[in-house]
Write a protein that binds this ligand. Sequence first.
Ligand code: IPM
Ligand code: MG
Length: 353
Amino acid sequence: MKKVAVIPGDGICPEVIGATLEVLKKVAPGQFEFREVSMGGNAIDKYGEPMPAESLKICQEADATLLGAVGGPKWDNMPPDLRPERGLLGVRKGLKVFANIRPAKIFAPLASACPLRKDIADKGIDFIIVRELTGGIYFGKHEAFTTPDGEKAARDVMEYTDHEIRRIAHVAFKMAMNRRKIVTSIDKANILTVSRLWREVVEDVAKEYPEVSLNHLYVDNASMQLIRVPHEFDVIVTENTFGDILSDEASQIVGSIGMIPSASLGDNNRGLYEPIHGSAPDIAGQDKANPIGTILCGAMMLRWSFGMNDEADRIERAVDEVLKAGLRTGDIFTEGTTLIGGSRMKDEIIARL
Ligand code: IPM
Ligand code: MG
């Protein structure tokens, strides 16, 4: 029995997580023990804190964790330590999952949802962002203070150690070895001292992978190249904040943020799997949310934490077939396709397993 901790999250996420559990039960009946835990806004409402210690403990004891996004306007005015996002960062840190893998790939049937010029999209888009997930500004010192002149001021510290950079670089190079063997490291080394260390360490790690070609881009330039020549990218490795921003950009290039799963891994294969979209409170409870990003997280979990490649293939193929059949939730709808709700999307995927 594989133990999976399940964090349904806020907004639309209980819907898309529910859909994913149904898919998993169908593809591998009786193989999972799901334990639902509370984290995020719903945990604040229930327990007065975004990440109850008991929830984290259950995730730490599980073989993998499946997580829906958290947050919403209801909790936007909470003090920083009690915001739902703090719970999310707590899970990532508590599970020590420092490598967040975010694939960006055009699904052939969705080519028309790609906002880029056809001649650019036609060259193919298939890259992976390896985002550092447990360091950088997200976890540096955060401070609001008053200057000696009585003016309000604030600072957030971006800090990385050699070993934090080294281990994420290894993840990227290893991935590239199984792909087209190109790593692009993205930084802001023309300005930031942290980025200069980043570059130095990545170059050092590159020596262990002579078959992989390494190039560096400044983050501003990278954001431009991603829409100019997306086909040139294979594996991108970057620090936490840059990876957060660039992965949202990547999601639009391939059609919709609702389509992209992510896996966060540490030193062992107990991963954390979360779609890259947010909790979309504006459409919660209306059966509009696209469950595909989260369902594909389920497939990633099968593949990477449990080595269940056949089952993962079956889910990915079913998703592909549903898209080929022209079925679309609102976020990926284009003229000539059929608009359906999230639960119907899930049913159609299950029917094709
Ligand atoms: C993401 C999200 C989170 C992040 C937020 C919700 C804290 O944007 O997973 O990309 O910034 O990491
Ligand atoms: Mg983000």
